[in-house]
Design a protein around this ligand. Structure first.
Ligand code: FES
Length: 107
């Protein structure tokens, strides 16, 4: 496994408190700019696979639009029902650029 770090978005392009899905590696992640921090999570809700693009975040909790399940933006833990975990990725902000780190399988 190799750790990769990718520039994914300009901070100034992100709308506060609303998810924006961007390419990451060979897949995607969804970014949330919230209370001065940037969170990156998997782009699909683990409940029934709804896209998290456009979802809102409130008090550190991402709320899926389909059935309203809530996820802790830091841990990815589902706060509504057991058994649903959302992948989370480390983020860094440098100037106006948002970077996300992820693990890539050795090919
Ligand atoms: S698909 Fe997200 S809460 Fe059901």
């Amino acid at each position: 496994m190799k750790r990769r770090r990718q520039a994914v978005a300009r901070l100034s392009d992100l709308e506060a408190d609303r998810g924006q899905t961007v390419p990451l590696g060979e897949g995607h992640c969804t970014l949330f700019l919230h209370q001065g921090k940037c969170f990156a999570v998997g782009s699909m809700c683990p409940h029934q696979n709804a896209p998290l693009h456009g979802a809102i975040i409130r008090d550190g909790q991402i709320i899926c639009r389909r059935h309203g399940y809530r996820f802790d933006a830091t841990t990815g833990n589902c706060l509504t029902a057991g058994g649903y975990g959302l992948p989370v990725f480390a983020t860094e902000i440098e100037g106006d650029m948002v970077y996300v780190s992820y693990w890539e399988a050795d090919g």
